[in-house]
Design a protein around this ligand. Structure first.
Ligand SMILES: NC(=O)c1ccc[n+]([C@@H]2O[C@H](COP(=O)([O-])OP(=O)(O)OC[C@H]3O[C@@H](n4cnc5c(N)ncnc54)[C@H](OP(=O)(O)O)[C@@H]3O)[C@@H](O)[C@H]2O)c1
Length: 219
């Protein structure tokens, strides 16, 4: 599959690397083609990995992963271009974190709205699926780092788009039973607000390689 990974940070590099290793044709996007980190990534991943501007990456791909800074995601996706996102699965991994007041971060949007929904509203023809934002990027692509059953949540308004993302998650090593579909995109509110708890938990757990699961009783 031709996949754009928008973002040259730790998350973009990790997801792009895994997708390329799985045989997908990945283009890493950034604000400017020729971004040093993207060029280095494409070189290390080998052909057919490529890099380019956000628009270059989105235009040549069937699926787009948003791994940009949450505070700048709308700007980054605008640069990718609405036409280049139309009709495509847009996997939104970003968290709308505001570090301007130091640590711990707060959210730029919450409660009655979410970054996932803001992206969907700004790009109504994209098929936005919120996923993977509730864990460290190493765990995203290597769930076996955490023993036992633990979950990756997703939500979105298009069933077919969610099925495509579930397939990609299976490729990352997520057992289908651990992929929890929370329903429509309004569930992104809770998925993003959870990250505030995730930051707190990381301090208690002592590192980022952890995740949560749901233990069900008799209903
Ligand atoms: N760290 C984790 O394990 C983790 C886990 C879950 C979710 N997340 C979320 O994943 C996303 C990526 O995190 P990260 O730490 O890898 O990277 P990041 O530093 O949050 O974001 C880097 C990307 O954002 C782009 N960017 C920054 N400012 C921009 C602007 N004004 N306009 C357009 N684009 C801009 C950069 O573009 P250039 O390439 O041009 O510099 C770069 O590609 C974030 O939303 C984060 O909250 C992170």
């Amino acid at each position: 599959m031709r996949i754009a990974v928008l973002g040259t940070g730790m998350v973009g590099q990790t997801i792009a690397g895994k997708l390329a290793a799985l045989g997908h044709e990945v283009t890493m996007g950034s604000r400017q083609a020729g971004n040093e980190r993207a060029v280095a990534w494409a070189r290390s991943a080998g052909a057919p990995a490529a890099e380019g501007s956000f628009a270059d990456a989105a235009s040549r791909s069937e699926v787009v992963v948003n791994a940009t800074s949450g505070a700048a995601s709308l700007e980054a996706l605008a640069a990718a271009g609405a036409a280049n996102l139309a009709g495509k699965v847009l996997v939104d991994v970003a968290n709308p974190l505001d570090f301007s007041h130091g640590m711990p971060p707060t959210l730029t949007v919450a409660n009655t709205d979410s970054l996932g929904e803001q992206i969907q509203a700004a790009f109504p023809d994209a098929l936005v699926v919120k996923a993977l934002n509730t864990m460290n990027c190493r765990v995203m692509v290597e769930p076996g780092l955490v023993p036992g059953s633990h979950m990756v949540m997703l939500c979105g308004n298009d069933g077919g788009a969610k099925a495509t993302v579930a397939e990609l998650l299976a490729g990352f090593g997520w057992p289908p039973a651990d992929v929890v579909d929370l329903g429509d995109l309004t569930a992104a509110r809770g998925m993003e607000m959870y990250v505030i708890l995730w930051v707190r938990l990381m301090g208690v757990v002592g590192g980022p390689d952890f995740n949560i699961g749901v233990l069900r009783g008799d209903q």
